[in-house]
Design a protein around this ligand. Sequence first.
Ligand SMILES: [Zn+2]
Length: 388
Amino acid sequence: MKCDLLIRGGDVIDPSQSLRGTFDVVVNDGRIVRVTQTTDDVEAKCTLDARGLLVVPGLIDLHVHVYPHSPWGLHPDSLAAANGVTTFLDTGTAGSFSFDEFRRETIDRARTRVFALVNLSRTGLLTGNLGELLDRRYADVEGVKRVIRQHPDVAIGVKIRASDFIIGTGEDGWANLRDAIRAARESETWLMVHIGYCPMPTPELIRELSPGDCVTHCFRGGSTPITDADGRIFDEVFEARERGVQFDVGHGMGSFCWEIAASALEQGFEPTTISTDLHAWCINGPVYDMPTTMSKFLHLGMSLERVVELTTLRPAEILKQSDELGTLREGTIADITLLEPCQGRFRLTDSHGQHRTAETLLRAAATIRGGELLPGGGSLAGRHLADD
Ligand SMILES: [Zn+2]
């Protein structure tokens, strides 16, 4: 048979099918045709030699800022190949004032797939870090609902950054949080809440959330983490997870603490998804990219299969896209990531400047989106098998 792309001899990991082993992946017309051990009968236009590499479903980063008109924003296509990411969720960089433009100029033009949460604040993050909800007039429940109605294929939920310097203290803080919850309920979507410096204690905030809602920055240190003063995960956090609240990493500039993450994993608390919170102020460290963030969880003792699951299958489920994305099942969209597991001694840094030395660092080797090899990232992109 003839095909567009053959990925040969890689270590395939696909948690959606509990699949692990050395396989070839056959891609044609933007779709996965076969994952198989024998491709002698296959004639490919392009063959990638994946020996020594991991072949996983295209990574999905559930927390990024890819609206370039915001001072936080990066362009999604400039990140995709270096991150091995084929699908991004922009988490509230745009609000009701800017969403139409975000869609027209960025989402629709990007080669990377972008979904988005709509910020409760009309301005989104267009003003940098001045507190997008300090003035209650900016809380725009009706505007969020309108955006989600008009862009149901990309605007899939609501975002609020629930810090006191953003949503205010006391009654104002609560009023903003309740508006965000109402926007999610009335638009029949879900809410992502960023925690840290919250005006209310974390357990009180988490009690307000419903199944499907998501707490991001779940392993942050400092003010209002998911642990009490003795480092114990709050009972309310376990209870919330039980009833279906999601917990996302969202590493970012200030929201990943080695100590909290290690202690949470020890206490049997895993995040639902591993994400970067990549934006203009953490792209050059400490976050860098998705594979580096994944490597931090490998270093904490999480299995490779699990790390891949929390960056493919789980975020695909949250996006309600697991029929097509986050999987290498035959017939699905050919979003595929090749990762190189580099061995050595690597210094990995959290958001508090604390270093740990890891022996494995994952790097994106090649990124394939809808059957197309994305240019510009991965030292092994385009490596071809010699015929002899
Ligand atoms: Zn963020």
